[in-house]
Structure formats: structure tokens, C-alpha cells
Design a protein around this ligand. Structure first.
Ligand code: HEC
Length: 155
């Protein structure tokens, strides 16, 4: 117990320097993760029903537009499109640091991920906030993912 409290304190201190978008993965946290092996450099798909998202090229323009509208109405209050933290991490680079499956599972299964996915838990510690479930449907989450891909310069 002592160890995990001091880990959290250390992460909070580190987090205040590096900002919320840097995951600064330290694998020996006190958190118990059920199905997480490593950060997105590996193939962490998060926890949820999405195990195989097919990304298309070129981007689907109508999804990008729908995704942007959803961002404007439901996400913008906490997420910038740059790499700057607001309440949550800035979205710049999110499609590079996370798999598509992780992002989809996180958006649609937020509470389970925050309770059990090691990467999500670390974000929660560095952000000192817990993202509320936004109640997006699968199609809406997929549209937001397409908008994130566009924001990251994907074609
Ligand atoms: C009330 C603030 C808030 C709102 C609104 C919000 N988020 Fe979040 N989001 C967070 C926080 C805080 C985190 C970091 C994890 C945590 O601490 O819960 C986060 C993390 C994320 C992440 C992971 C980012 C990364 O760098 O890995 C994604 C993806 C995400 N949010 C998507 C969304 C989407 C999509 C919406 C809109 C439908 C949304 N969020 C709305 C606060 C919010």
C-alpha cells in the first residue's frame, strides 16, 4: 500500500512537469491491470469489444466531418487538438501513441478502461481527473477516430 501511494505521488510530481499527454510509462506501478501488457508501441488494444478495427485509406471524409462535430459538442471542453493538456491530454499524436482498438474501446468503454487498463490508469493519475463516459455509439466513436486520424495528418 505504501509503495503504490508513493508511486502515485511520484507520478503526480513527474506529471506536473511532463503534462498529461505524456504517458511516461513505468511498468512497476501498484495498479493491477487485467489485460494490459505494454503501451501502444506494442499492441495494447485496451479492454472492450473492439479487437480488429480496419482503418481505410484515404480517410472517409463524411466520418471526419461527423467526428469533428462530435468533437466540437462533446470533447472540446476537455481536449485540445494540439499536444497541450486541457482537462485531458491533447489529441495530437493520439493515433500514433494508441492503437485504433484502444481508442475505440476507451471511448465506448471508458469506465472499465479507467478501472482496469494500465495506460488509462496512468493517464488518470497524470491528469488528476477522470473522464466521464460520453455515451457515444460505436459509429460515433468510429467517426471521432477518423477525425483524430485527420488531425494527426493521416491521409
Ligand atoms: C470532462 C472532461 C472530458 C471530456 C468531456 C472528454 N474527455 Fe477524454 N479524457 C479526459 C481525461 C481527464 C482523460 C485522461 C484519462 C482520465 O484521466 O480519465 C481523457 C482521455 C481521453 C483519451 C485518451 C487520450 C490519450 O492520450 O491516450 C481519449 C481517446 C479520449 N479522452 C477521448 C474523448 C472523446 C472522444 C471525447 C468526446 C466524445 C472525450 N474524450 C471527452 C477528459 C475528458
Amino acid at each position: 500500500m505504501k509503495i503504490s501511494i508513493s508511486f502515485i505521488a511520484a507520478t503526480l510530481i513527474i506529471g506536473s512537469f511532463i503534462g498529461c499527454n505524456n504517458t511516461n510509462t513505468t511498468d512497476n506501478s501498484g495498479a493491477t491491470a487485467t489485460s494490459v501488457k505494454k503501451d501502444s508501441a506494442g499492441a495494447n488494444k485496451g479492454i472492450g469489444k473492439f479487437t480488429n478495427i480496419r482503418l481505410t485509406h484515404p480517410l472517409d471524409d463524411s466520418m471526419v466531418v461527423r467526428g469533428k462535430n462530435l468533437y466540437d459538442s462533446k470533447c472540446m471542453s476537455c481536449h485540445k487538438l494540439s499536444d497541450e493538456k486541457l482537462v485531458g491530454p491533447g489529441w495530437k499524436g493520439v493515433t500514433d501513441r494508441r492503437t485504433a482498438e484502444w481508442i475505440m474501446n476507451f471511448i465506448t468503454n471508458t469506465n472499465v478502461m479507467l478501472d482496469s487498463d494500465l495506460v488509462a490508469q496512468q493517464l488518470m493519475v497524470t491528469c488528476v481527473a477522470r473522464m466521464p463516459n460520453q455515451n457515444l455509439g460505436d459509429d460515433q466513436a468510429r467517426a471521432v477516430l477518423e477525425f483524430m486520424r485527420q488531425n494527426d495528418g493521416k491521409k
